[in-house]
Design a protein around this ligand. Structure first.
Ligand code: GAR
Length: 209
């Protein structure tokens, strides 16, 4: 099985969804480490109770490069083949991204390329969109950029608030991440393959509004 490390900063419900999916014999990946920049992240307690190795250290007072080098060392020590970002609320250093190029996925709560960054649900509501949603993408140097592998649109209802929409999108996230990660680890992820895929998507993608 492919060895996956999950990076979290908070509740870790996406991490939990990956972890439970990985319990199936047929799942092509296993979770070998849950790491966090927040020692108080509730997801760490869950992962430990499920018998998964955890590592946490606060990034506070450390430079981005130094902290990410520390995380990288932990991922390597755990023998990780892939990294899954799951509510990891830190921008990663260029070095870290380069080291895990083509082997790191992120889940983001919008229909990318719309609404990169924070407050995605409020932005979708304010824009009068009829759908919000979530995306799983390959991580590249630019924030919430990189080839989108899968998306789930989620209808925005009259009276939806950012919180009520976020709760439904989160359900969709839990359904989307594991199968997408499974498909990703099963295919040939050579740099050439991903370069070709980036070009393909760039041509197919409509301009951001
Ligand atoms: C999820 O909605 C995830 O998409 C989002 O944070 C939440 C984490 O929830 N990630 C980002 O906004 C990344 N920029 P979880 O800790 O329960 O998985």
């Amino acid at each position: 099985k492919a060895r996956v490390a999950v990076l979290i900063s908070g509740t870790g419900t996406n991490m939990a969804a990956l972890l439970y999916a990985a319990k199936a014999d047929s799942c092509p990946f296993e979770i070998v480490l849950v790491a966090s920049n927040n020692p108080d992240a509730p997801g760490l307690t869950l992962a430990a109770a499920e018998g998964i190795a955890t590592w946490a250290q606060s990034h506070k007072g450390m430079g981005r490069d130094a902290f990410d080098a520390l995380v990288d060392a932990q991922l390597r020590a755990a023998g990780s083949d892939y990294v899954a970002l799951a509510g990891y609320m830190r921008i990663l250093s260029a070095d870290f991204v380069a080291r895990w190029e083509g082997r790191m996925l992120n889940i983001h709560p919008s229909l990318l390329p719309k609404y990169k960054g924070l407050h995605t649900h409020q932005q979708a509501i304010d824009a009068g969109d009829t759908f919000g949603g979530c995306s799983v993408h390959v991580v590249t140097a630019a924030l919430d950029d990189g080839p989108v592998l899968a998306q789930t649109p989620v209808a925005i209802l009259p009276g939806d608030t950012a919180d009520s929409l976020a709760a439904r999108v989160l359900i969709a996230e839990h359904q989307l991440y594991a199968p997408t990660l499974a498909a990703f680890v099963m295919r040939e992820a050579t740099p050439d393959y991903w370069l070709a895929r980036v070009r393909e998507l760039a041509m197919a993608m409509p301009e951001a509004e």
